[in-house]
Design a protein around this ligand. Structure first.
Ligand SMILES: [Mn+2]
Length: 330
């Protein structure tokens, strides 16, 4: 039987409950956590939203403060929370072992996500993973199923999360996403969402943005850009979305340096280029990657990349171009 909110409520009732997003939470992760928190509250279960890594985008931070969302950050030290090992953790918009969520103290009993599973974890007592456009979609579906009314703030957050992750209904959209759009729209503050959507690029990042665009190299419909300056997670994603809009580009690999390695954001606009499968193949010997058909990410260890050649850009381009020809041939 499909998972439903009543099973989750029964599981966590009586425990101290934390809802953990992926690191550096984005709009969809925060909206999902906020929506789930409000829903559990309607069943008399209080919970706390927590995360590792700050909210980086100004537009996301605005959403958090304007909608009154309270979140607990570990301030970049996973031991630095009031959490203890008997606390129950529900992960949203992420799964253990997917590389983008730190292991906070507590027991991960449940997971609600819309990403394909990287690493099978057996010890979830509740697992609802559906490959839909956003995690917000799954949370909205819980409300519809159990008939609990949501606040305008929750509806606004969920609809905004849904729009962000599907890039305004142009990426990874399923029938359920469209149904949830219908469900959320009359309950939301659409003017607020419009305002958020008109502020995706920060003025202070314009220089970085134009630098990134100057670094684009295109090989046979595949665009690469190495961002050679410190940049936020969300910024890398914004740049890769933008590059995909170039007519010659059908597949994008954007990456930047992180301590001990490189962080990747990958996008595809063609079904025959499965971004998740390609990044997982490309990085299998040097790191870890995966995700959706249209949108994926990964990490490569610097040492392993440099072992192949000190010209790391060449190494990375070759890894991806080889993975693409291999995966496309299938
Ligand atoms: Mn998401």
């Amino acid at each position: 039987m499909a998972e439903n909110i009543h099973n989750l409520v029964d599981l966590v009732r009586g425990h101290r409950v934390f809802i953990q997003t992926h690191n550096f939470p984005d709009q969809d992760a925060i909206a999902s956590a906020f929506g789930l928190q409000y829903l559990l509250q309607q069943f008399g279960v209080p919970s706390t939203i927590c995360h590792h890594g700050p909210v980086e985008r100004a537009v996301t931070a605005n959403m958090v403060s304007e909608l009154g969302i309270e979140m607990l950050s570990d301030e970049n030290d996973s031991a630095n929370t009031p959490m203890c090992k008997n606390d129950y953790i529900i992960t949203v918009d992420s799964q253990k072992g997917s590389g983008n969520i730190d292991d906070l103290i507590g027991c991960e009993v449940a997971c609600i996500d819309h990403h394909p599973t990287f690493v099978e974890v057996d010890d979830y007592k509740y697992k609802d993973v559906r490959i839909v456009g956003s995690c917000s979609t799954i949370i909205a579906d819980y409300y519809r199923e159990c008939g609990v009314e949501m606040s305008e703030g929750v509806a606004t957050a969920l609809l905004y999360g849904l729009k962000c992750d599907t890039r305004n209904f142009t990426r990874g959209v399923t029938r359920l996403d469209v149904e949830m759009y219908n469900y959320l729209f009359p309950k939301s503050n659409n003017q607020l969402i419009r305002r958020y959507q008109a502020a995706e690029i920060e003025y202070s990042e314009l220089n970085a943005f134009s630098d990134s665009l100057r670094n684009i190299e295109i090989y046979d419909e595949v665009g690469f850009a190495f961002l050679d300056f410190p940049c936020k997670e969300g910024f890398i994603a914004t740049v890769s979305d933008f590059i995909l809009d170039i007519d010659l580009v059908k597949f994008v690999v954007v990456y930047t340096r992180r301590p001990h390695g490189f962080k990747f954001s990958v996008r595809s606009e063609l079904d025959e280029f499965d971004a998740g499968a390609i990044v997982s193949e490309a990085l299998k010997d040097v790191g870890l990657g995966g995700g959706h058909k249209a949108m994926a990410g990964g990490f490569a260890e610097e040492e392993k990349v440099l072992e192949k050649s000190i010209d790391f850009k060449q190494v990375i381009q070759n890894l991806f171009l080889d993975a693409i020809s291999k995966k496309k041939a299938k």
